[in-house]
Write a new protein. Structure first.
Length: 205
């Protein structure tokens, strides 16, 4: 859940994150908790004091620097409640994202694109591929994913090969979807400079 930065700014997510971290590792350090919650160590102390006062956690001291943390029964009930609310919120976000994916897939269908390349092997691309994998009714074949990062080229994202822009010369495709929210204009211009027909280029954003 550390990857889900969308929720990190909310107090409820921080409460859920702290209780979850302690429930997984009673020996966890305050610095590790701070890293998982994306807050300072001083704020971790504040939260620990608050949650202990509420009866959600308890601390057992084994010396001046050795502390074990435990989630109480009340804290475990609270963690389960927050877990359900987190999943509900995450599902809402996923459904909205899936709707956005279906909008772009519809746009590709209108253009009669069947075989496409994605450009950008990041989170947006992974989301698009996940939706495609979960819905076999979408008639779209992603041949490969283009990326400019040499560290990614030659690897896979889900089951798709990540290739360089130079490798598309001999590929047969109907269009290219810019599947990233960063450097969209720069990617578009790069494709134009490669003599790619602008009618073959579609941007997610």
């Amino acid at each position: 859940m550390e990857k889900c930065s969308f929720f990190k700014t909310t107090p409820l997510y921080k409460e859920f994150s702290l209780l979850s971290a302690i429930s997984r590792d009673k020996h966890i350090t305050q610095r590790d908790i701070a890293s998982k919650m994306n807050v300072s160590v001083a704020m971790v102390n504040f939260y620990l004091d608050e949650y202990e006062e509420k009866g959600l956690i308890k601390r057992v001291y084994h010396g001046t620097k050795s502390i074990d943390y435990f989630v109480t029964d009340k804290g475990e009930e609270r963690r389960k409640e927050l877990s359900i609310r987190y999943l509900e919120s995450a599902l809402d976000v996923y459904n909205e994202a899936k709707l956005s994916c279906n909008v772009i897939f519809k746009k590709l269908r209108i253009k009669n694109f069947k075989k496409v390349l994605f450009y950008g092997a990041g989170e947006v691309c992974e989301m698009l591929l996940s939706v495609l994998n979960s819905d076999q009714s979408i008639d779209l074949d992603v041949i490969a994913v283009i990326d400019d990062d040499n560290k990614k080229i030659g690897k896979k994202i889900l089951d798709k090969d990540i290739i360089s822009l130079n490798e598309i010369t001999n590929l047969s495709y109907d269009g290219i979807l810019i599947s990233t929210y960063t450097h969209t204009n720069a990617i578009y211009q790069k494709l134009i400079e490669q003599n790619i027909d602008k009618e073959k280029i579609v941007s997610f954003f």
